[in-house]
Design a protein. Structure first.
Length: 112
């Protein structure tokens, strides 16, 4: 189930410090910055490579040029590891929120 929290975003997506501190106190899981990519499949069967901003045990912060809507379901198929390998994933996630900046969309996904 999604919570309506904004992800901690990298330099391209700055948050107000006061809001950021309040949101961090509500998180169940610590977020880890992760500048790699993940391959996902949308509900409509479209395969996309998305940039990962951060991840936790509960979800991921992602960037895309494709607009998603809260409630959209993504299937995570593979992820690039820190050493450059590609690992298979079998995860699903629900888009919780989205923020547009600079013709890109930063959005949070909660794992199902």
């Amino acid at each position: 189930m999604c919570t309506n929290l904004l992800p901690q975003l990298n330099n391209r997506f700055q948050m107000n410090q006061t809001i950021g501190n309040a949101l961090m106190e509500k998180r169940k899981h610590k977020r880890i910055q992760y500048g790699r990519t993940v391959n996902v499949r949308t509900q409509k069967g479209r395969d996309l490579k998305l940039e990962i901003l951060d991840y936790s045990m509960g979800g991921m912060g992602l960037v895309s040029h494709t607009l998603f809507r809260p409630g959209d379901i993504l299937e995570f198929e593979s992820i690039m590891t820190l050493d450059g390998d590609v690992r298979t994933l079998e995860l699903k996630g629900e888009v919780c929120h989205i923020q547009e900046q600079f013709q890109e969309y930063a959005f949070g996904v909660s794992f199902l």
